[in-house]
Design a binder for this molecule. Structure first.
Ligand code: KG4
Ligand code: ZN
Length: 362
């Protein structure tokens, strides 16, 4: 029987534990427990790091017990423990790392420290057995970057956001338009009724080469339009709201898709045998964005892969899977494993400067 790994995730506002086993794609995730902290942070309009850390510390052991029970196995059946060791909100990461160290030490089992972003980037291998090297776009409330993934610890960053992450922009625009949180699905629903051509919004960095992105100017431009409407008409009508949502979504999608084309060009220049473009992160749920990325991949002659949403958003199954790949490649951590608030996947290039609502990006 293949390796069975317990994955632990606590880098942001979801407490996760999962059991993942080697085997055919589709049969690997034995359990995937995600305990959301959304309600704890609701009143604050964002994730409060200290509340997040305490809630992780309180819930992690329960998450692990539930994951083992749902997988129908006992702790003795686990071959190794994989834990997110960064990047993320440091208090939460420490909670997970301490628990994993305790379990590993107590049971004499191997420990693997996993980069949270590697978990996202390797998910298309968990779900679809995607062969290396592939191009990955991580796009969520806290991340936005293009990576060429050549192995479980081999990542080359082609570009990323220099300011906000797209999910963060969706959430802020939703708030400014008086829509609910999370903002992505709310803005998407509103946009369906709107005219995406009514407002002429910026598409920053499109005139620049490479695949770095910027979303903060677009967000500010939408907020200015709202302020202008309030000043001239005393408020925004239903139609204004839908048209603003549609114009914003189209501008953001245009930017992401145009930069995906640049990233695909750079990736294809390395002549991969079986070219593929994968997307992960909550924003991948957006139908306009997803369809545009699919189109860009097809036009470039690359296969397009978008894992199911439950494995695209923060979860511990992706950490368990990354643990399996790292274990196979001979990696092991020890009790000196540290929790890291920042941990760029690409260790060669200078880190990007953006830092999102959900903590530091890399
Ligand atoms: O990956 P995720 O669950 O958490 C992290 O940010 O790490 O992503 C959540 C983000 C939120 O900002 C949310 O508004 C956005 O993904 N999102 C969407 C959609 N569904 C979720 N953005 C645009 N369209 C959607 N349908
Ligand atoms: Zn994440």
């Amino acid at each position: 029987m293949g390796l069975t790994i317990l994955g632990i995730e606590s880098s942001c506002d979801d407490t996760g534990a999962a059991v993942v086993r080697q085997g055919a794609a589709g049969e690997r995730v034995l359990s995937n427990v995600v305990m959301s902290q959304d309600r704890l942070h609701e009143a604050f309009g964002g994730v409060v790091p200290e509340i997040a850390a305490r809630a992780h510390a309180e819930k992690l052991d329960l998450a692990v017990e539930t994951a083992l029970a749902e997988a129908g196995i006992s702790f003795g059946d686990i071959d190794a423990i994989a834990v997110t060791a960064g990047p993320g909100l440091i208090g939460g990461v420490i909670s997970g790392v301490m628990l994993a160290k305790g379990l590993a030490l107590g049971a004499g089992k191997p420990l693997l420290g996993v980069n949270h972003l590697a978990g996202h980037a390797l998910t298309p291998r968990l779900t679809d057995d995607l062969p290396y090297p592939y191009l990955a776009l991580l796009v969520s409330g806290g991340h936005c970057q293009f990576l060429v993934v050549s192995g479980p610890d081999a990542f080359h960053r082609l570009g990323g956001t220099i300011d906000d992450a797209p999910g963060e922009a969706f959430d802020k625009i939703a708030r400014a338009l008086g829509l609910g949180q999370p903002g992505g699905p709310a803005v998407e629903a509103e946009a369906m009724r709107g005219d995406s051509a009514r407002f002429n919004l910026p598409r920053p960095l499109l005139d620049r080469e490479g695949c770095d992105m910027s979303f903060s100017g677009l967000k500010t431009a939408v907020i200015r339009e709202i302020e202008r409407l309030v000043a001239t008409k005393g408020g925004i009508s239903e139609t204004d709201r839908a048209d603003l949502a549609a114009s914003f979504q189209t501008a953001l999608a245009d930017s992401l898709i145009a930069k995906s084309r640049s990233a695909l060009d750079a990736y294809l220049a390395t002549r991969p045998a079986r070219p593929a473009f994968a997307v992960a992160g909550g924003v991948a749920a957006n139908r306009t964005i997803r369809a545009g990325l699919d189109r860009a991949a097809k036009e470039a002659g690359a296969r397009f892969v978008a894992p199911p949403l439950a494995l695209c958003t923060d979860n511990a199954a992706m950490i368990g899977w990354a643990g399996i790949e790292l274990y196979e490649a001979g990696h092991r951590s020890d009790l000196a494993l540290i929790a890291r608030p920042r941990w760029p996947l690409d260790q060669v290039q200078a880190p990007l400067i953006g830092a999102g609502r959900k903590g530091a990006k890399a």
